[in-house]
Design a protein around this ligand. Sequence first.
Ligand code: NAD
Ligand code: UDP
Length: 322
Amino acid sequence: MLLGQKRILVTGGAGFLGSHLCHRLLQDGHEVLCVDNFFTGTRRNIEHLLDNRRFELLRHDVTFPLFVEVDEIYNLACPASPVHYQFDPVQTTKTSVLGAINMLGLAKRLKIRILQASTSEVYGDPTVHPQPESYWGHVNPVGLRACYDEGKRCAETLFFDYQRQHQVKIKVARIFNTYGPSMRPDDGRVVSNFICQALKAEDITIFGDGSQTRSFCFVSDLIDGLVRLMESPDEIMGPINIGNPAEFSILELAEKIRVLTGEKSKIIRKPLPSDDPKQRRPEIVEAKKLLGWQPYISLDEGLGRTIPYFESLVGRVRRAAA
Ligand code: NAD
Ligand code: UDP
């Protein structure tokens, strides 16, 4: 191997964020072992990487132990969309908890760094706004989102206990809503839903009154934050928020997507799912100070890069003139 080149394991590497991360790490000159069970990930996301001799793909479920030799681990395996993580909630918790135990065990044996893709969902329906890393959160432990939220919270606990008990070199990133090319059209998350609905001349489905807020980060900014965290000194462990602090209501998002797609879809209301957080916005002082990281891509610019990707997948239905 060349000087500085590492062999890096990316679990969930065929998913939305994982495939962008694999691409970035290959670009940086590393070898990448992508591990995925293809629950929500697709071969299409990594097809362009398969010819690269430094890229290797392994079909494997992280709830089972994995014995490989690598220099670093990014642990991303876990469905992230409410629709997908609620499809088999027991498996979702297993993926977060057993997946963390298996990957931390691997990091412990190999004495290597491991980064956990945690989430803003650890803050639940937050009563503190914006959310700093010091906020402990407001999560319903028995609700429909708990399989994901509590699974991710337990994974964070495991990361810090492996660090304290076994001196594993950990990095925990709390990722806020991220979007961009390579999301599945049937992913169920709001950005992909709204863009596909607009392109297909369907009604845009707002859950509740649309006043709930989210802060949307474009994928390339997010990946840069993860890599910076992994490459930071050992004492920077996190948890650290990675997200774009520009906050929008879901209604504002729907209107933006109507303008940017040039489509006149009707906006309709659907019931608000239970425990849907009312507001979400990252405090990113820590990321700026410790990693020199901040997002650069505005929502308009990011949507402008994302809409053509979905158009290439689902096409565009032209409406008859009124
Ligand atoms: P995704 O669903 O596109 O990717 C998850 C990947 O993990 C998929 O390829 C899936 O097949 C794989 N996977 C699921 N269970 C697995 C298992 N048991 N074994 C092996 N592979 C498994 O989601 P994403 O948006 O790319 O999210 C990636 C990670 O980032 C997740 O851990 C998610 O919780 C976290 N995250 C994402 C966001 C976001 O907005 N995208 C926000 C917060 C946190
Ligand atoms: N949402 C919506 N219509 C949709 C999909 C989602 O109004 O078709 C809302 C959802 O209720 C939530 C927000 O958009 O308030 C973000 O939802 P998403 O599933 O993308 O992520 P999360 O709730 O996990 O942040």
